[in-house]
Design a protein around this ligand. Structure first.
Ligand code: NOJ
Length: 523
C-alpha cells in the first residue's frame, strides 16, 4: 500500500509543481471560417454573479521579510534572484499596498464587483505573542482596514484568504524546522485557528467570503515532494502526509473559528460567513485512453489533486493509504470533527496534465508537463508551458457537482507576457463557465488570476499573469492595461460570452515555448 502511495505522490509532485452543451446547444463550427465559433448560449450570467480578480499578499506586497519565503529567496531558490517586493530591491514587486486604491479603481472600471486577496499573517503578527494577545501591528491593521474600506466604497465584495503558501518565520523557519515546522507541526493548527478567530472577529463586519487555505495539495507537493517551495523537501512522503492531515485539521478548526466569531452579515444575505479552501483542480488525462493502467493512474492523480481535501472537509473521509476504502490505520470515515466544513467549493483551474503509467513494480505514473520533458502533449501551451484546456473547466465542474455545494472559481488565468494568448484564454474559459451554468451548475463567482503582474513563486517575475502589466523596472511600478482586460469588461457588461468574440481572436500562437519561464530543479 505504502509503496503505491509513494509512487502516486511522486507522480503528483511532478504534476503539480506549478510552479504545475450550454443552454442545450451543441458546439458547431462556423462554416466558411477556419476559426472555431461555438453557438450562442441562451442563458446569460446572473445579474448578481461575482466578477473579480485574485491576488496573494506575498505576490503583490512589499516588505514581508519575516517569512519563510523571504528566507527561501535569500537561499537563491528563485529564478534570477527575484524577490517579492523586498525593500532593498526597489525594482521588484507591484507594491500593491501603495497602489491598491488605483488598482481597485481599475478593477471597478472593468465592472468587477469582487476581489480576492490574502491578509498576510506575517505582516499583522510578527510574533506569536502578538497573536495570542490579539495585538496586531498597527500599520498592518490600518492597511487591511483601508483595503477593505476601499473595496466597500467601490462596491467590491472582498473574499479573504488566510493562508496562501507563506508563513511567518515564527511558525515556519526554514533553518529550524525542528522547532518551527509550519504545517508539519501540530502547534500550527492552534496558531492558524487563533489567526482565523482574530480575523473573523476583527473583519467579520466587512467580510463574508473566506478562504482558509490556498491550494493545500500544491503546498504539500511543492514543499515536501517536489522541493520548489520552502522547506524544499524532496519526496518526504511521510512528512507530506503529516502536513496534509494537519492542513485538513487546520481548515476544520479555522472553519469553526470563523463561524463562531464572524456573526456579522456584511452583504445582507442572511449568512455572515461562507468558508472554503481554494483547491487546485486539474484534469488528468491518460496518455493512452485504451491503456487501463494509464487510465487508472490518471484517475488516482485526479482524485489526489481534486478531491482529497474536499472529501475530508465535506464527508469527513480520509483514505490515508489511498487504496479506495476507509478501513485502514489512519483512515477516517465521516469524522464529525472534519465533516460539513465547506460552505462552498473554491476551485482554482489552470489546465490539464497527461498521465502515463510506466508499468513495473518500482515505477510510477508519469505526468505530461513539458518542462519536465516527460510527455509531449497535443495542446496549446502558455508561456509557462502549461497545457491550455478550457473544456477541462467544465470537466472539473462536472466532477464537483457531486458535492452539491455552490462553487466559486477562485482562480483561473494564464502566464502571457506578450498578451498574445490571454484574450482567447479568457473567452474560452468564460464560455465554458457560462455553458456549465446554463446547464445548471451552481457557480457564484469567477476570479481571474490576476489583477496585476506579480511574483510567481520560484519562477519569480518571469511569468506574467496580470490583466494589467507592471513595469517593475520603474520605481512607481506603472501599470498598463492589456487587451484581455477590455474583453473581460465587455463580457461582464454583456453578461454573456458572445460567439462573435471567437471570430475576433487569433489562434494561440504557440505549441511549445522553447524558452519558457524556467523552473529551478528541485535537486
Ligand atoms: C495558483 C496559486 O494560488 C497562485 O499563487 C499562483 O500564482 C497561480 N496559481 C499561478 O501559478
Amino acid at each position: 500500500m505504502q509503496k503505491n502511495l509513494f509512487r502516486l505522490v511522486l507522480a503528483g509532485a511532478l504534476a503539480l509543481v506549478g510552479c504545475g452543451g450550454g443552454g442545450g446547444d451543441d458546439p458547431a463550427v462556423d462554416a466558411g471560417a477556419d476559426v472555431y465559433v461555438p453557438p450562442a448560449i441562451s442563458k446569460p450570467f446572473p445579474a448578481d454573479f461575482l466578477w473579480g480578480t485574485a491576488t496573494a499578499a506575498y505576490q503583490v506586497e512589499t516588505g514581508l521579510d519575516g517569512t519563510d519565503w523571504h528566507q527561501w529567496e535569500q537561499k537563491g531558490k528563485v529564478i534570477d534572484g527575484d524577490k517579492s517586493g523586498a525593500p532593498d530591491r526597489a525594482d521588484d514587486g507591484p507594491a500593491m499596498e501603495t497602489h491598491y486604491a488605483a488598482d481597485l479603481d481599475r478593477a471597478r472600471a472593468l465592472g468587477n464587483n469582487t476581489y480576492r486577496f490574502e491578509m498576510a499573517m506575517a505582516r499583522l503578527f510578527p510574533t506569536r505573542a502578538a497573536l495570542t494577545s490579539a495585538t496586531p501591528d498597527p500599520t498592518a491593521l490600518a492597511y487591511y482596514r483601508a483595503l477593505l474600506a476601499a473595496c466597500k466604497s467601490r462596491g467590491i465584495v472582498p473574499m479573504v484568504t488566510l493562508h496562501h503558501f507563506v508563513w511567518p518565520t515564527w511558525i515556519h523557519d526554514v533553518d529550524d524546522v525542528a522547532t518551527k515546522g509550519g504545517w508539519a507541526s501540530e502547534s500550527t493548527i492552534t496558531d492558524f485557528t487563533n489567526f482565523a478567530t482574530w480575523s473573523a472577529k476583527t473583519f467579520g463586519a466587512d467580510v463574508d467570503l473566506w478562504v482558509t487555505i490556498n491550494e493545500p495539495m500544491v503546498y504539500v507537493i511543492n514543499g515536501y515532494l517536489g522541493g520548489q517551495f520552502p522547506p524544499g523537501n524532496f519526496l518526504q512522503v511521510e512528512k507530506a502526509l503529516t502536513v496534509a492531515y494537519n492542513m485538513i485539521e487546520g481548515h476544520a478548526r479555522a472553519y469553526d473559528a470563523i463561524h463562531a466569531n464572524d456573526t456579522m452579515d456584511a452583504d445582507g444575505d442572511g449568512k455572515p460567513a461562507l468558508v472554503s479552501i481554494a483547491n487546485h483542480n486539474r484534469v488528468m488525462q491518460p496518455k493512452n485512453p485504451a491503456d487501463a493502467m494509464d487510465r487508472r493512474a490518471a484517475e488516482l492523480l485526479q482524485k489526489l489533486s481534486n478531491r482529497v481535501f474536499f472529501d475530508a472537509a465535506t464527508g469527513g473521509n480520509i483514505d490515508k493509504n489511498f487504496d479506495g476504502d476507509y478501513d485502514d490505520p489512519g483512515d477516517k470515515k465521516a469524522d464529525p470533527r472534519l465533516m460539513n466544513r465547506m460552505d462552498y467549493l473554491g476551485v482554482n483551474y489552470y489546465g490539464l496534465a497527461v498521465v502515463q503509467y510506466i508499468g513495473n513494480e518500482n515505477s510510477f505514473p508519469v505526468i505530461g508537463i513539458p518542462r519536465f520533458e516527460l510527455l509531449e502533449t497535443p495542446w496549446d501551451k502558455t508561456e509557462f508551458n502549461w497545457d491550455i484546456y478550457p473544456q477541462g473547466l467544465r470537466e472539473v465542474l462536472d466532477e464537483m457537482k457531486g458535492y452539491q455545494l455552490p462553487i466559486y472559481i477562485t482562480e483561473n488565468g494564464i502566464a502571457d507576457r506578450d498578451e498574445e494568448q490571454r484574450s482567447r484564454f479568457l473567452v474560452e474559459h468564460l464560455y465554458e463557465l457560462q455553458r456549465a451554468m446554463a446547464d445548471g451548475i451552481d457557480v457564484r463567482g469567477y476570479y481571474h488570476w490576476s489583477l496585476v503582474d506579480n511574483f510567481e513563486w520560484s519562477a519569480g517575475y518571469c511569468p506574467r499573469f496580470g490583466l494589467y502589466a507592471v513595469d517593475f523596472s520603474k520605481p512607481d511600478k506603472p501599470r498598463s492595461e492589456g487587451a484581455a482586460a477590455r474583453l473581460y469588461q465587455r463580457i461582464i457588461a454583456e453578461r454573456t460570452v458572445s460567439p462573435d468574440l471567437f471570430r475576433t481572436l487569433p489562434p494561440y500562437p504557440l505549441q511549445l515555448y522553447e524558452e519558457s519561464c524556467p523552473v529551478l530543479s528541485p535537486l
